[in-house]
Design a protein around this ligand. Sequence first.
Ligand code: BGC
Length: 555
Amino acid sequence: MSTREQFQRPHLWYRDAVIYEVHVRAFADSNGDGIGDFPGLTSRLDYLQQLGINTIWLLPFYPSPLLDDGYDISDYYDVHPNYGTLDDFKTFLSAAHERGMFVITELVINHTSDQHPWFQRARRAAPGSAERDFYVWSSTDDRFQDVRIIFQDTETSNWAWDSESESYYWHRFFSHQPDLNWESPLVREAVIGVLDFWLDLGVDALRLDAIPYLHVQEGTNGENLPQTHEELRRLRAHVDASYGDRVLLAEANQWPQDAVAYFGDGDECHMSYHFPLMPRLYLALEHGNRLPIIEIMEQTPEIPAGAQWAIFLRNHDELTLEMVTEEERDLMWDTYAPDHRARLNLGIRRRLAPLVENDRRRLELLMSLLLSLAGTPVLYYGDEIGMGDDISLADRDSVRTPMQWNSGHNAGFSKAAPQSLYLPVVADPPFDYKMVNVEAQEDDPHSLLTWLKQMIRRRSRHLVFGRGSIRFLEPANTHVLVYLREGEGETILVLANLSEQAQSVELDLSAFSGFHLVDVIGTARLPVIDERLCSLSLDPYATLWLSIDANQGDK
Ligand code: BGC
């Protein structure tokens, strides 16, 4: 029996999930070659289980020249030898499933590596032939002028010259990543083959990388085109008909109105990242004011039943500032990346802990928002222990250094000689692996890791966080963000003091008169709600999760 037949996925599992994003190469090296691999990752599943996450999102691990850390795929059907074999992947997947954990892998279908056999074949094929038409060609480099350049620190055009075919080819990202031509029915068919391969192996969800750019059309900016949505409807229909319980997650770095379109009418992706919310969490923190969050959530349309936002603080890319105004971008850069080396394209190539100057209160505040706002939280590996970054490394490698397990050789990541590691371990204080590592935090009741484990467990006990509605309250004191999560038979009131001073708010909770407020996180003693305004105080950067219960219940 295949993994697919054995593994039961509960209805709406992705809405109850807590996702952990990790690159195989960065987690644990089992064979001492300096690069993390699947056996290493499998050996660390207990750690992830104890952390409390239940879904692992793997960055691309396929054969690739690795010029874009694997997003430049040269073979969709195998594992890069650096990371092990396909059998190692299958072992990992079964081990994750045995623990009731789900696995999300990458479906990178906007582009391939220029080393992919499809591209090698295309550049030699006759113009107009089916093989050639796998990619987008032109005799000039002036078509699609309204399309922006995404990697603007590296690329000057979305066209690159190919001397073999004596033609230009189209690429949104690096020039070694030619875009597939979605006008070609053969491309569609080939992609279905790839999708089937991984879903047949038992993968639970696919992250659709760079999905707004599939189609390109003269006279448009080439993003979110109706034809692209049509492709997604086809993919979804195929997934539903053939697999039922699998999930598509859209990577669409777009304004809320456009991002929401990736859910379709419930007939495109199940999940989509809320990109515009992310920088506004940092902006709200900088201003000590809830308005940036409230404004973007007000602009966020309702999503179809069953759909879910994926929310995040950091990921493997630069902290993107594409979905903010120029003024906000400048403020973010000045505040969070005063050192210009930390800036990349339209973003900031730093990790979470350095962004908030390693201030535990601000780390906890951001993480508790991540775990209580509407959506499925995505944690980036290493942030659970407050890992630092290394901006002396090129591009986004600054935030992709080895996981810090202990204070020993190479932070316990690998037995290799330090100079053989795929990237050096962070060794500079205050993020030095000798200080910041799993072992040091695991047994410390006061560590960030211990705190986060408890918070994830609290969240997981309350289905309302993943499934319920969100309603923002607007008390006069705008330093405090307040929202009600309602559904699944419970109501939780969340308060977050975004400022560095103690604050108090007065809330009209008379609709819940006679109910009790039960502190879900701490031990605060709270009044029974009545008709009067309810006054609550919060320490600097503090958060409260208060369950509104008819009876004084258990925590
Ligand atoms: C990924 C990046 C990658 C790009 C091109 C993005 O959306 O997150 O890491 O460089 O796609 O594949």
